[in-house]
Design a protein around this ligand. Structure first.
Ligand SMILES: Cc1cc2nc3c(=O)[nH]c(=O)nc-3n(C[C@H](O)[C@H](O)[C@H](O)COP(=O)(O)O)c2cc1C
Ligand code: SF4
Length: 464
């Protein structure tokens, strides 16, 4: 069947659309009749005829790695639910989409909610969950309403409820839960606390790995919206066939959300690792703005470490190690890790030479200082100090030693907190200072080095 997209919204020829196949289609709406006309829920029907372990086996064989940020293998996560478990099992779809630079899940929620519901129903069958939640951020009220309508439609057609599609004992209810709009609610244990009606204070791991001690202290699988949608395609193609997309250990497709200084920012679904950073910029996104040169890229959402134009990286290619420039790097999990950053949530932020790196750093620090949940001291105090110091740098009121102090504050957060927010807020600062120290220092004034310090401030800094 040929698919027609809205004018100007056609996928780029270098895209490979699975998850976003229906996004921006001219002949598409988010109702269940449209989804069914296109073969929707056939994979749920297929899953019903399979053993639970066989469904998880297909997901393991596919090599799918979570698209929420950490890139953890989805099938392995599902396999953590013990076959001898007697407690209720919960499935949670993480629709918080809070990582700055990331804007993919919202399109699925708005335009293709049944793809998500089908993926969730298959996942619930595989892990034995009878109750599932879509945890959605407060800023997506329209998406929440669309999901509620879609859930009701699915239940009316027998895809949710009791004895689904006639399978004795396969019951599933999905509930939409609206968050109150906090970044930390995207962190899976903070999300679980919030779902339980409490402040979203992340839990310490171990012991609170959700698959062991999750919602209401029961085994819980938390997966990102996009990850759950991939499950539908894995069942359709078979895990082994799906694994042929992308690269070994970096399989399938993923949606890149490209923003910043390119001619055509937007979302692009590519085979993982099949395009280099340069191809993403120049082919998919039409290149940089006229007359500009590349300065830096944040490749996987704001928490990922910045990559600087002109740097080279040692990347393994087969048995050999190759030196590559920034634009030569393939966009996949392992390459990004080898380059000292991460593929994260797929939010690619491109910066050209018009960008002031001090402003960029301050913008990031301001976000993280606002979003720290405040539970642990290094993060609560440190994120605020990082913001205050970079405020000073941007305003031209800092001394050169402030840059060193800022760096030291970041290293005193990293690795010393309850949840990965500690790294999320300190890594960008560490990387920006290590790569752009001279530019940051050029904003400072050496004559301020001897300025008498506020003793209260000094004591607070020393205690960090
Ligand atoms: C501070 C912080 C914010 C996060 N925000 C999100 C988010 O908005 N959406 C998401 O899917 N995962 C987010 N994550 C990752 C989740 O904790 C979790 O790893 C993910 O939902 C698991 O799904 P996946 O395995 O399908 O990727 C965040 C993690 C951290 C530390
Ligand atoms: S690291 Fe930050 S966000 Fe995470 S628990 Fe500690 S204070 Fe909260």
């Amino acid at each position: 069947m040929s698919i027609h997209y809205k004018p100007g919204k056609e996928p780029h020829p270098r895209e490979h659309r699975l998850i976003f196949k229906n996004i921006d289609r001219a002949d598409w709406d988010n109702g269940i009749d449209c989804y069914l006309r296109d073969g929707g829920y056939a994979m749920l029907q297929k899953a019903i005829g399979m053993e639970k372990a066989a469904i998880t086996g297909e997901v393991k064989a596919s090599g799918l790695r979570g698209r929420g940020g950490a890139g953890f293998p989805t099938g392995v996560k599902w396999g953590f639910i013990s076959p001898t478990n007697t407690k209720p099992v919960y499935l949670i779809c993480n629709a918080d989409e809070s990582e700055p630079g990331t804007f993919k899940d919202r399109y699925i929620l708005h335009q293709d909610p049944h793809q998500l519901i089908e993926g969730m129903a298959i996942a619930a069958l595989a892990v034995g969950a009878k109750v599932a939640y879509i945890y959605i951020r407060e800023e997506f009220p329209h998406a929440a309403t669309i999901c509620e309508k879609a859930i009701e439609e699915a239940r009316q057609r027998g895809f949710l409820g009791k004895n689904i599609l006639g399978k004795e004992g396969f019951d599933l209810e999905i509930f939409v839960h609206r968050g109150a709009g906090a970044y930390i609610c995207g962190e899976e244990t903070g999300l679980i606390e919030s779902l339980e009606g409490k402040r979203p204070y992340p839990r310490i791991k171990p012991p609170y790995f959700p698959a062991a001690l999750g919602l209401y202290m029961c085994p819980t699988i938390v997966n990102n919206v996009e990850s759950l949608c991939h499950v539908v395609h894995i069942l359709r193609m078979g895990g082994a066939e799906y694994a042929k997309l992308g690269k070994p250990n970096n399989t399938g497709t993923r949606i890149l959300c490209v923003s910043g200084d390119v001619q055509k920012p937007g979302y692009y679904e590519i085979q993982v690792g099949h395009l280099t950073m340069g191809e993403v910029i120049n082919d998919l996104c039409g290149g940089l703005k006229p007359g500009r040169t590349l300065k830096a890229i944040i490749p996987g959402g704001s928490s990922s470490k910045i990559l600087k134009a002109g740097e080279t990286y040692k990347i393994k290619r087969g048995a050999e190690v190759v030196e590559m420039g920034l634009e030569e790097l393939p966009m996949d999990f392992d390459t990004m890790a080898a380059a000292g950053t991460m593929a994260g949530s797929g939010g690619v932020i491109i910066m050209d030479d018009s960008r002031d790196i001090a402003w960029v750093l301050n913008n990031l620090n301001t976000f993280y200082a606002h979003e720290s949940c405040g539970q642990c001291t290094p993060c609560r105090e440190g994120s605020l100090w990082m913001k205050k110091i970079s405020d000073r740098i941007v305003a031209g009121h800092a001394s050169p030693e402030d840059v060193t102090t800022l760096e030291s504050v970041a290293y005193q957060i990293d690795g010393k907190t309850i949840c990965a927010f500690g790294e999320a807020c300190s890594w960008p600062t560490e990387a920006i200072i290590s790569k752009f120290r001279d530019e940051l220092t050029s904003h400072t004034r050496p004559e301020l080095a001897d300025t008498p310090k506020n003793p209260v401030t000094e004591r607070a800094m020393a205690s960090l």
